[in-house]
Each structure stands twice: as structure tokens, then as C-alpha cells.
Design a protein around this ligand. Structure first.
Ligand code: ADP
Ligand code: MG
Length: 268
């Protein structure tokens, strides 16, 4: 049965249907075979935490999901929709840039570096995309942006420029900015790795709140406490492949694969 037939009848209850389906994903950079057949499913409302050594392909997976990279083989679905391509007569045809932009709007991404617009206040950073991309009216965008900044604990800082904010505060603005587009999926690529240790906690709290609110999330992080607290699945990647996956408590408590064991012994 396809997700088309199930989505009409099931509720959005956590885990009842897949939101992200990655099937046989391969990625080459030139001759470099970086993703070697990734299969991965994330249920609607679930948090999938991806861990693994540097260079194992974690960022590339997220970048393929968000179409910052084209894929070399395989398929990615978000909901019922095939990402980046249209299927016709058993063949894949490229989508137009406009169609790709529409798909990307459904996905929010937060990077290690916060990449805020430096010449805009926190509020303006959060308002920008809804106004420019979605045509949201200024009054409505302002109201929403205040709400989102409140939600990430920065209600008092809306008029500050990025340079006047700590790294952790900037990252929380970046999260609010991604949420302003009302994505159905949020991707986080090591969102706390560039932060001073004392700033990590506030960002993780915002992410945990988001997880508890039912947002579907794929999170690359070395924060195993986060994985344990809100993760539904923990995926361990090595050399472009998923080596092990399961419930975080099981994978962390009783890793089966020697490569997982070795990696976890270093980060735990
Ligand atoms: P991770 O996020 O797990 O550290 P990445 O997905 O960033 O790993 O990278 C996986 C591999 O792909 C690495 O060997 C990296 O050097 C290579 N790679 C990533 N992006 C590019 C690119 N744009 N061009 C060439 N090689 C790349
Ligand atoms: Mg990476």
C-alpha cells in the first residue's frame, strides 16, 4: 500500500506514517562514492538522530533531502512527493527550478554556522523569507516573527543585530527563521558544534521543545543526551552507509556493530 492511500485516513499521530523515505540513496562527488545505498525512514512527528565519524556522509544525506545536492541514484520522498524528480513512464525527469523551490519550502534547515543576515535585526531575519517567498503581509510576518522569537526565548532581543547576539542566541534566531516558513520537516546539521559549551544547553532546549511539539526532525549531532531524551531513532553512519539503527536507548545501551561501539566509546 502506498502512502497516498494511507495519508487520507491516518491521523498525524507520531510514527503512524513515514514523512521521509530515503531509498537506495547513492551520491558521488566525481569518482568519490560518498553515499553507498542509504535506506532510511522517518515517521511523521519523529526525531531521527544521525551520528557517525567525520566524513561518513551525514551532512550529504541532509543536503540531499533538502536538495542542496543532486542525488546520483535512489529516491527520496517527503510525504507522498518524490524529491527533485517527476516520475513518468517509469523514468525520472528533472523538476523545474520553480518546482524544486516549492519542495524546498517545506523543509527547514539549520546549519552549524548560523548564517543570519548581518545587516538585519533578529526580527527582520525571521520575517524576511515569509514576506519575500510566500508573500506574507508585513503586519502578519511581524506578528509571527515576534511569536517565534518568544518561542525560542528571545522575545526581548528582537531588535538586536546578529553581532549583538551570542552564538547560541544567533542559532536560536536561525531556528526561528527556519520555522517561520512553517516547514513540515526540520533538518539540523550539528547545530551546537560551533558553540561555546555554556551556550549549547539553550539551543538544545529549543530543539527539545520543538521535538515535543510534534515536529519531524532529522538531527546530526554528537549530543547523546539529546538523542536519549527526544530521539525516536538513532542512526549510525560510517563510510557512506547506515551501519546500525534503532531506538536510541538500545543503540546507545547495547550497540551491536563494532564500528558503532568504537565511535560511541569516544563520544559518550
Ligand atoms: P560528514 O557530515 O559525516 O562529516 P560529509 O557528508 O560532509 O560527511 O562528507 C562525506 C564525504 O564527502 C567526505 O569525504 C567529504 O570530503 C566529501 N564531500 C562532501 N561534500 C563534497 C563536495 N561538495 N565535493 C566533494 N566532496 C565532498
Ligand atoms: Mg557534516
Amino acid at each position: 500500500m502506498t502512502s497516498e492511500t494511507t495519508s487520507a485516513t491516518t491521523t498525524t499521530e507520531r510514527g503512524t506514517e513515514p514523512l521521509v523515505k530515503i531509498e537506495g540513496l547513492h551520491k558521488f562527488f566525481g569518482d568519490h562514492h560518498v553515499l553507498r545505498g542509504i535506506d532510511l525512514t522517518v515517521g511523521r512527528g519523529e526525531v531521527c538522530v544521525v551520528v557517525g565519524p567525520s566524513g561518513s556522509g551525514k551532512s550529504t544525506v541532509l543536503r540531499c533531502v533538502n536538495q542542496l545536492e543532486t542525488i546520483s541514484a535512489g529516491r527520496i520522498y517527503i510525504g507522498d512527493e518524490l524529491i527533485g524528480y517527476r516520475e513518468q513512464d517509469g523514468r525520472l525527469h528533472d523538476l523545474t527550478p520553480r518546482q524544486i523551490a516549492a519542495q524546498r519550502r517545506e523543509v527547514g534547515m539549520v546549519f552549524q554556522r548560523f548564517n543570519l543576515f548581518p545587516h538585519m535585526t533578529a526580527l527582520q531575519n525571521v520575517m524576511e523569507a515569509p514576506m519575500q517567498v510566500k508573500g506574507v503581509k508585513k503586519a502578519e510576518a511581524t506578528r509571527r516573527a515576534h511569536e517565534l522569537l518568544e518561542r525560542v526565548g528571545l522575545g526581548e532581543r528582537s531588535g538586536h543585530y546578529p553581532s549583538q547576539l551570542s552564538g547560541g542566541q544567533q542559532q536560536r534566531v536561525a531556528i526561528a527563521r527556519a520555522l517561520a516558513m512553517e516547514p513540515e520537516l526540520m533538518l539540523f546539521d550539528e547545530p551546537t558544534s560551533a558553540l561555546d559549551p555554556e551556550l549549547v544547553g539553550d539551543v538544545l532546549e529549543v530543539m527539545k521543545d520543538l521535538a515535543r511539539s510534534g515536529m519531524t526532525m532529522m538531527v546530526v549531532t554528537h549530543e547523546m543526551g539529546f538523542a536519549r531524551e527526544v530521539g525516536d531513532t538513532l542512526v549510525f553512519m560510517d563510510q557512506g552507509a547506515v551501519v546500525e539503527s534503532g531506538h536510541p536507548r538500545e543503540v546507545l545501551g547495547n550497540p551491536q556493530n563494532p564500528r558503532t561501539q568504537e565511535f560511541l566509546s569516544k563520544v559518550l
